[in-house]
Design a binder for this molecule. Structure first.
Ligand SMILES: NC(=O)c1ccc[n+]([C@@H]2O[C@H](COP(=O)([O-])OP(=O)(O)OC[C@H]3O[C@@H](n4cnc5c(N)ncnc54)[C@H](OP(=O)(O)O)[C@@H]3O)[C@@H](O)[C@H]2O)c1
Length: 212
């Protein structure tokens, strides 16, 4: 799929891989929409010509609200990139009852939001001549990291959702390409520890915007 001239919604485009991706997509001539929380960074993006919506994807109403915004103001949106995520480094064996709300929040942001956003945008995307959904997962969807059990579960969930929904889209004969980008370790605020051996976010974003 040629990205030049496409209108692309990136969740979590204010930092890390998403921010690098937004700048690379703009350089390719794409029109970019960003959904994230950080209003100061969103204001900078707006000044650069990026359309933004301030939204906390942990809020259960937000995927619907984002889809309504896209349908009303950007019905020519061609691509959804589900990139926003958090990673809660914690051992659930220690004080587990105090961590139930954190589990819920991580699942909402990493799993519920991308699944609901994908579903809610199918009417818009299926009306486009060529469209795509790109879901960012992780090597941790395949091999567990002990102190990130919930994160691993959410990424494995997004991975399986992508594979299963692809069958439904094929059955409908819709021209929506559904892709998973399984990301390696990248030096961002999400990944803890030494930057040694991690990809720079700009390099990861190049891999992410050359799916297909
Ligand atoms: N870094 C790695 O090593 C690595 C490895 C494998 C996969 N990945 C995946 O790559 C993607 C990008 O991660 P990253 O490393 O670039 O992370 P990051 O630097 O922490 O950036 C996360 C982005 O998600 C947004 N976000 C976080 N919580 C949100 C919420 N509640 N509502 C809306 N937006 C929210 C943040 O924006 P605001 O703060 O403005 O809301 C930010 O733009 C994620 O899907 C992650 O799982 C990363």
């Amino acid at each position: 799929m040629k990205l030049e001239g496409k209108k692309i919604l990136v969740t979590g485009g204010t930092r890390g891989i998403g921010a690098a991706l937004v700048s690379q997509l703009r350089a390719k001539g794409c029109r970019v929409l960003v959904v994230a929380r950080d209003e100061a960074r969103l204001a900078v993006l707006e000044r650069q010509g990026v359309a933004t919506l301030a939204a906390d994807l942990a809020d259960p109403d937000m995927p619907r609200a984002v889809a309504r915004w896209v349908a009303a103001e950007h019905p020519d949106c061609d691509v959804l990139i589900n990139n926003a995520a958090i990673m809660d480094h914690t051992f659930l064996t220690r004080d587990p009852l105090a961590k139930l709300d954190r589990i819920d929040r991580e699942i909402r942001i990493n799993l519920t939001a991308p699944l609901q956003l994908t579903a809610a945008l199918l009417p818009v995307l299926s009306a486009r001549p060529k469209a795509a959904v790109v879901n960012v997962t992780s090597g941790l969807a395949l091999a567990p990291l002990p102190n990130a059990a919930v994160y691993c579960a959410t990424k494995a969930g997004v991975r399986m959702f992508t594979k299963a929904l692809r069958h439904q889209i094929t059955a409908e004969r819709w021209t929506i390409q559904l892709s998973e980008v399984l990301m390696t370790r990248v030096d961002t605020t999400l990944s803890e520890g030494d930057p040694e051996g991690k990809y720079p976010p700009e390099r990861a974003a190049v891999d992410l915007n050359s799916w297909g």
